[in-house]
Design a protein around this ligand. Structure first.
Ligand code: ATP
Length: 236
């Protein structure tokens, strides 16, 4: 579904990611993990068209999407749930969701989509007319995921969904992601920690210093110590 070939992104003269090659299949949950500053967010931003790759190509379902703007990439079915949620604090929950509906540019998208998405997030239904900025962190995370879902993505990019949330709240967010996986949504999930990989991941990629240092299907991982070693850079 998604292929990256030799992707590099620079901020000024400094490479944030370089020579990144990866392939993610339809219907899978793919974790990208790595320490602070490894380039995880940059990788998602490059796929989503929010930063421009200096080198390399990104191919979504056979179509080259590197170089397209982010609005067009959303309309092609790839939606980003950004780090730190990025909900529109001064707009209501309903208005935030409306933005997702519009961004997807899908003909006929409307009430039915809203109902379906809200069925995953009952709390958003009860907060529907509330300003998004007054929601708790966990509720904002749900809103951010719901907004992305309303674009009808086939691929969803989710940047650190557990950031700043209490463990129980994180469990709730991951329950939703597991349900979406069961419905067949393809996901790339960035996390700093590896704790969730085993439970719902189909593959795991470790990024270190802007480059892929480890990639495995979780079904092939016999010893999770391997993953930890790659994460901490002890595999060389
Ligand atoms: P974290 O887990 O801390 O969010 P990350 O793995 O997502 O980190 P990125 O945010 O992609 O890493 O950052 C990769 C590198 O690029 C870092 O060295 C960071 O300082 C740098 N960087 C990120 N955004 C910018 C920017 N807008 N301008 C300049 N440098 C940047």
């Amino acid at each position: 579904m998604l292929t990256l070939e030799n992707v590099a992104v620079f901020y000024g003269q400094v490479p944030a990611i370089h020579d990144v090659n990866a392939a993610f299949e339809a219907g899978t949950v793919n974790f990208v993990v790595g320490p602070n500053g490894a380039g995880k967010s940059t990788l998602l931003l490059a796929i989503a068209g929010a930063v421009r790759a200096r080198n390399g190509v990104v191919i979504l379902d056979g179509k080259h999407i590197s170089g397209l703007n982010s609005e067009d990439i959303v309309a092609l079915g790839c939606s980003l749930v950004p780090e730190g949620r990025q909900v529109f604090a001064r707009l209501t929950v309903a208005e935030n969701l409306q933005i997702g509906l519009i961004a997807g540019r899908t003909k006929g998208a409307g009430r039915g989509d809203l109902e379906q998405v809200l069925s995953h997030f009952p709390i958003l239904r009860s907060r529907y007319r509330q300003l998004a900025g007054t929601l708790s962190g966990g509720e904002q995370q749900q809103l951010s995921i719901a907004r992305a879902l309303l674009t009808r993505p086939k691929l969803m990019l989710i940047d650190e969904p557990s950031l700043g949330l209490a463990p129980l709240v994180v469990d709730g967010v991951y329950e939703v992601l597991a349900r979406l996986r069961d419905e067949g949504l393809t996901m790339i999930v960035v996390e700093q920690q590896t704790t969730r990989v085993k439970k719902i991941g189909d593959t795991v990629t470790v990024l270190r210093d802007g480059n892929v240092s480890f990639f495995r299907s979780t079904s092939e991982i016999v010893d999770y110590g391997e993953l930890e070693k790659a994460y901490f850079g002890f595999n060389n």
